[in-house]
Design a binder for this molecule. Structure first.
Ligand SMILES: C[S@@+](CC[C@H](N)C(=O)[O-])C[C@H]1O[C@@H](n2cnc3c(N)ncnc32)[C@H](O)[C@@H]1O
Length: 464
C-alpha cells in the first residue's frame, strides 16, 4: 500500500551528482599536529540531506552496516536545553541576574513543527538516501513515537520493501510521574523503533540474551518423570521486542532520571544502554555505524566505546559542539584501550550551510577573552585572564570560569583547520576549566590558537 501526500517526490539525485563541498574544520587525535587519521569518526555539521549526498558522492554507498535515526517525531514542540553557570560557588547575586533566574536559563535547540506533508516529504527523501548508504548486510533502526510511526512505517515499506521489515520494538520509557501521569487517559509511556534491513538473508544479527536471575531454577519434566528442578544453564532469555518492560531488563530513559552521569543537557538525549543494545546486536567491531540526527552524539559515543567506526551529523551547531566534547572526553579517557576503535575524529562543515570561520552558528559574537601568552624555555604558557560575553551576566563575585564550558588549544594553527593539541573539559558542572596551560614550544615559532567555548555555546578563537 502506497502512502501519498501533497508534493510527494523522490530525492533530487542531482544533489548527489553535484554535492556541496564539506570543509574540514577541526581534527582530534594523531597528537594534534594535523595528522589526525581521517578514517576515524566523521562528524558533520549541516542538513543531513546534503551530508548524505556528499557521502554518496564520496563512495559511501553500500558501506554502512547500521543506521540509527532518532529524528524529530513531529511532536509540535520546541526543544530547549538548560544553561547553568558552572561551579558550586555561584552566589545568590549572580543567580538572580536577569535570564538566570533560579540559576539557569533555557536555550532553544531545535523546533519540531511541521505540516503533515512537509514532515512526510522530509523523512521520505532522507530514508531513500539512508537505503543507498546501507550495506547489503546493513540495518536501519528508526526511533519514533505514536505521532508519525504509522505513516512512516508505510513509507519504509515502500522504500525498503515489506519483506525487509523485521520488528516493531516497543521501548518503555520508565516510571512516569508528575504532569505526564495526570492525563485522563492511559499514560503514554513508550517510543517505537522500526527495525528494517537491506536484505533479510544477509543482515547482521547477534542474538542478545538477558542473563537468568540468581536463584532461577529450570523446571524438571514433571513429578511423574522423577526429574528435579535444576539451576538454569545456557545464555539466558533471548530478548523480545518489548524493551525496559521487566525488572530484569532495566534501561530507563535518562530524561526521567533526576541524575545520570551520561546527561549532556541536550534535549531528547537517548540513553547509552539503548544504543548499546542496538549496536551490539546489529553490527560487529570495525563496522560503520551512522546517525544523521545525532543530537548529543549517543550513537557515536557508544560506537566509539564498542570499537565501531562512526558517522554523525546534526544541523545544530550546539549539537555538534556537544558531540565534539563528548567524544574527546571518551577517547581521552580510554586512549587506545578499546580494541579496534580509532582514537581520532574529524569535524566537517557543509558549504553554504552558514557560519563563520570560528565554526558555525555559535559564533564568538560579543565575547572578549583576555589571554597572557609567554614563552618559558622550551615551553609556552597560555593563561586565560578573563572572559565576558554580552549575553551572559557580568560576574562580579565569582570567577569568570563559571561562564566557560571548555577550552581547546592548537599549538600549530594553520589558519583553517583547528587541530586539537589539548582540551580542558571539566568532568561535571561543579568543576571549572583550569585556564592555564603549559605546552611544548614548536620550533620555528608556530601560531598558537586557543578556542574558548562558553556555556551558551559561543566560540571565541584567540590566535597568536
Ligand atoms: C531527537 S534529536 C536526537 C537525539 C539523539 N538521539 C541523542 O541521543 O542525543 C534530533 C536531532 O535531529 C537534528 N536535526 C533535525 N533536522 C535535521 C536535519 N535536517 N539535518 C541534520 N540534523 C537534523 C536536531 O538538531 C536534533 O539534534
Amino acid at each position: 500500500m502506497l502512502l501519498t501526500w501533497d508534493g510527494k517526490r523522490k530525492p533530487d539525485w542531482s544533489d548527489y551528482n553535484n554535492p556541496r563541498p564539506a570543509m574540514l574544520r577541526e581534527t582530534f587525535g594523531g597528537g594534534g599536529e594535523g595528522d589526525c587519521d581521517l578514517r576515524g569518526g566523521l562528524l558533520f555539521e549541516g542538513d543531513n540531506l546534503a551530508v548524505m549526498a556528499r557521502l554518496l558522492a564520496d563512495g559511501y554507498a553500500g558501506k554502512v552496516q547500521l543506521a540509527y535515526l532518532d529524528p524529530p517525531f513531529g511532536s509540535g514542540a520546541n526543544y530547549v536545553r538548560k544553561i547553568r553557570l558552572r561551579g558550586d560557588q555561584v552566589g545568590r547575586a549572580e543567580r538572580d541576574l536577569a535570564k538566570f533566574e533560579n540559576g539557569s536559563m533555557n536555550q532553544l535547540q531545535y523546533t519540531d513543527q511541521w505540516s503533515e506533508s512537509s514532515y512526510l516529504q522530509f523523512m521520505y527523501e532522507r530514508l531513500w538516501m539512508v537505503k543507498e548508504l546501507l550495506a547489503d548486510n546493513g540495518s536501519l533502526y528508526l526511533h519514533l513515537d505514536s505521532n508519525e510511526v504509522h505513516a512512516i512505517k508505510l513509507i519504509c515499506d515502500e522504500i525498503f520493501g515489506r519483506e525487509c521489515f523485521q520488528r516493531q520494538i516497543i521501548w518503555r520509557i520508565g516510571w512516569i510521574s508528575g504532569y505526564k501521569s495526570a492525563a485522563r487517559n492511559w499514560i503514554r509511556n513508550h517510543d517505537t523503533i522500526l527495525f528494517y534491513c537491506k536484505d533479510p538473508g544477509k543482515m547482521i544479527f547477534n542474538k542478545t540474551y538477558l542473563p537468568y536471575q540468581e536463584g532461577y531454577l529450570r523446571r524438571g519434566s514433571g513429578s511423574s518423570s522423577g526429574k528435579k528442578d535444576r539451576p538454569a544453564a545456557g545464555k539466558g532469555y533471548p530478548l523480545e521486542d518489548t524493551w525496559n518492560c521487566s525488572a530484569a531488563d532495566r534501561m530507563d530513559s535518562i530524561q526521567i532520571k533526576s541524575f545520570s552521569k551520561e546527561k549532556t543537557s541536550y534535549p531528547t538525549q537517548k540513553n547509552e544502554s539503548l544504543l548499546e543494545r542496538i549496536i551490539l546486536a546489529s553490527s560487529n567491531p570495525g563496522d560503520l555505524v551512522m546517525d544523521v540526527f545525532a543530537g548529543s552524539g549517543t550513537t557515536a559515543a557508544v560506537a566509539q566505546k564498542t570499537g565501531r567506526r562512526w558517522i554523525a551529523c546534526d544541523a545544530n551547531h550546539i549539537a555538534v559542539q556537544t558531540i565534539n566534547r563528548r567524544l574527546q572526553a571518551i577517547i581521552g579517557a580510554s586512549g587506545d584501550e578499546i580494541a579496534g576503535a580509532n582514537p581520532s575524529f574529524s569535524i566537517w562543515e557543509m558549504g553554504g550551510a552558514g557560519g563563520d570561520e570560528g565554526g558555525g552558528g555559535g559564533g564568538g559574537g560579543g565575547s572578549i577573552v583576555s589571554v597572557d601568552c609567554r614563552r618559558d624555555g622550551a615551553d609556552v604558557i597560555v593563561a586565560i585572564m578573563g572572559y565576558s560575553n554580552l549575553e551572559l551576566p557580568k560576574l562580579t563575585k565569582t570567577d569568570w570560569r563559571s561562564l566557560i564550558e571548555w577550552v581547546s588549544l592548537d599549538r600549530n594553527y594553520d589558519g583553517r583547520t583547528f587541530n586539537v593539541y589539548l582540551s580542558d573539559i571539566p568532568k561535571d558542572i561543579k568543576q571549572y576549566v583550569s585556564g592555564r596551560y603549559t605546552i611544548p614550544n614548536v620550533p620555528g615559532g608556530a601560531v598558537i590558537a586557543l578556542k574558548v567555548i562558553d556555556i551558551l555555546g559561543h566560540e571565541t578563537l584567540w590566535v597568536k
